[in-house]
Design a protein. Structure first.
Lengths: 135, 194
């Protein structure tokens, strides 16, 4: 009888130990590296606005009132599978030009990264706002 | 006499019986104990490996970002390193950068120099970029009414198909040459030997 009680204790202890080991294994296997794709997307947005501004593409888009160059940039230079949307506004916040990458939708987005950059056209101040997200 | 013999015999039997019970319990307990030890060792080994791989991946991601930032946002020290290959031999060369005179404006001459000198001086370049012990592959795609079929500049060999842990990073800059400024797509891949 004593032997049975001892064995039952041992089985319970062994089960408890196995449950704990399994739990540790489960939690450890769930740990993951940081999500670097989001950090990279943020860098891409900052790069995009910097390049467009330094190359006078933002200024030219406002002067021409056309989003052709911005469309070309988003569709050619912005990495797959990221989506991007650029809008150019003046200091009173009125929208002048905007462009959305082909095949992307601004609805139903989970997480959006945003960057802004100010630029000057003549004597007027404008700002570019770019949004980036993964679909 | 007979009584004494019986007593001794009973005592021996009792001792023998106790020893058998103890042995059976001990074997079961030892078996379970060994099973638990093996499970714990496996879990320990797995978690150690997992932590190592996670750390390694994070380190490679940060190294790639640092290297690419240095290349795009700085001119290098000295900034005219591309004019003399001997700079790479000396401690005079402090850092590597591809910018011409301001961030994002990349010099065609510097990219060309890096492509030409990399096969012979890859260890020096990797040291300057903080990528020692890693393999590197870079592509520069110049946008001129579209991209060419192949990259305009290629540095290092591309990774084989069997490499699992590759960090791939893309950034954008401006390519400056005599004919003007062009959008530039820069792709960096780094990986460890497996």
């Amino acid at each position: 009888m004593r032997g049975y009680i001892f064995t039952l204790d041992a089985i319970l202890a062994a089960l408890a130990a196995l449950v704990m080991i399994t739990a540790i294994y489960f939690f450890v296997s769930g740990t993951q590296s940081a999500d670097w794709s989001k950090v990279n997307l943020n860098s891409q947005i900052l790069d995009s606005l910097a390049v467009l501004e330094l190359n006078d593409d933002l200024k030219n888009a406002v002067l021409a009132g056309s989003n052709t160059t911005l469309n070309t940039f988003l569709n050619s230079m912005f990495p797959e599978p990221a989506c991007g949307y650029i809008q150019l506004r003046n200091s009173t916040d009125s929208l002048h030009v905007h462009s959305l990458k082909t095949g992307c939708s601004r609805t139903g987005r989970d997480e959006v990264f945003i960057a802004r950059r100010t630029f000057i056209v003549g004597e007027d101040i404008y700002y570019a706002m770019m949004e980036g997200w993964y679909e | 006499m007979f009584s004494l013999f019986n007593k001794l015999s009973n005592k021996k039997r009792r001792n023998k019986l106790k020893a058998q019970i103890f042995t059976a319990d001990a074997i079961i307990a030892a078996g379970i104990f060994i099973l638990i030890l093996i499970s714990a060792a496996y879990a320990w080994d797995y978690s150690r490996e997992k932590a190592y791989l996670t750390d390694k991946r994070d380190y490679m991601e940060m190294a790639a970002r640092g290297a690419l930032s240095g290349l795009i946002e700085t001119s290098g020290n000295p900034s005219d390193w591309h004019t003399n290959q001997d700079y790479l031999n000396t401690s005079y060369m402090k850092s590597l950068g591809l910018a011409k005179n301001r961030p994002w404006h990349l010099s065609a001459e510097k990219i060309q120099a890096m492509q030409d000198w990399y096969p012979e001086r890859n260890e020096t370049f990797k040291r300057l970029l903080g990528l020692q012990g890693l393999n590197l592959h870079m592509e520069f795609w110049v946008y001129d009414s579209g991209f060419a079929a192949n990259a305009d500049y290629v540095i290092g060999s591309s990774p084989g198909s069997g490499i699992r842990n590759i960090v791939r990073l893309q950034r954008t800059g401006l390519f400056q040459n005599d004919t003007g400024d062009y959008w530039l797509k820069i792709v960096l891949e780094i990986w460890e030997n497996e």
